[in-house]
Design a protein around this ligand. Structure first.
Ligand code: FE
Length: 234
């Protein structure tokens, strides 16, 4: 099967797909040329007010519903959701999913011989505030090997989905941690040809002297479109 060229990849700011050894890029990208259709009010404005229609989490993945702590390094991830003009997107819905500290997902498809953490689900849903700022606590995910890929390991990363004001402003991406040596080998990062765009998937570590609390903090803005857009990563 040959995938259709994705117009988003032309400027080098988004990955070239499919990515060898990463099965998700076959399943999560169109296999045929995109069909242009007129944009109606529905696409431009909906679905609205998702944060009031979907259950939100408390913004702390590191504690289970009974308050039991997950294993791992406690971290805070925060930032701003912005549109292509740099304007904050108040009320944007941010969904997150990740592996646990041992690099295992709580998912039947992840059958690797790494331990599950009974106190860690790994999924969250939060809402950006009036200034477009989002924040959640979690544990730092572990790296994991990609099956049948020639010993390629995914670096620690957090999957993020953002719904802006309409279905046209959805972003699905992944956030990486600064300085991780596996970032240099990651085939998803490598599939983004523009070096500046590659930087936009790596979070900024906040100086520990600026953090009041026993967690490491990372700042990561999510830009939904435009020249500074956060690259799409499946
Ligand atoms: Fe992953």
């Amino acid at each position: 099967m040959t995938h259709a060229p994705d117009p988003r990849t032309d400027d080098g700011a988004h990955p070239r797909v499919p990515i060898a050894g990463y099965a998700n890029t076959w399943l999560r990208n169109p296999a045929q040329a995109l069909i242009q259709r007129p944009l109606t009010r529905t696409e431009r404005t909906g679905p609205g007010h998702l944060a009031t229609k979907l259950p939100l989490g408390a913004g702390n993945l590191a504690l289970d519903p009974d308050g039991r702590a997950a294993l791992g390094q406690l971290i805070r991830v925060s930032g701003q959701v912005l549109d292509g003009a740099g304007r904050p997107l108040a009320g944007a819905l941010v969904e997150t999913w990740q592996a646990n500290a041992a690099g295992r997902y709580r998912n039947p498809l992840d059958t690797r011989d790494a331990p599950l953490d009974p106190n860690f689900l790994g999924n969250g849903r939060i809402c950006a505030d009036d200034a477009g700022r989002y924040e959640f606590f979690t544990v730092k995910p572990g790296a994991y090997p990609v099956p049948d890929s020639g010993r390629w390991w995914r670096p620690p990363h957090i999957h993020l989905s953002v719904f802006g004001p309409s279905s046209l402003s959805r972003l699905v991406t992944q956030m990486y941690f600064p300085g991780d040596p596996l970032n240099l080998q990651d085939r998803l990062i490598a599939s983004i040809s523009d070096p500046a765009a590659r930087e936009r998937v790596v979070a900024r570590a906040v100086d520990t002297a600026e953090v009041e609390g026993e967690f490491l903090a990372f700042e990561h803005n999510l830009v939904l479109s435009g020249g500074d857009a956060t690259p799409v990563l499946p």
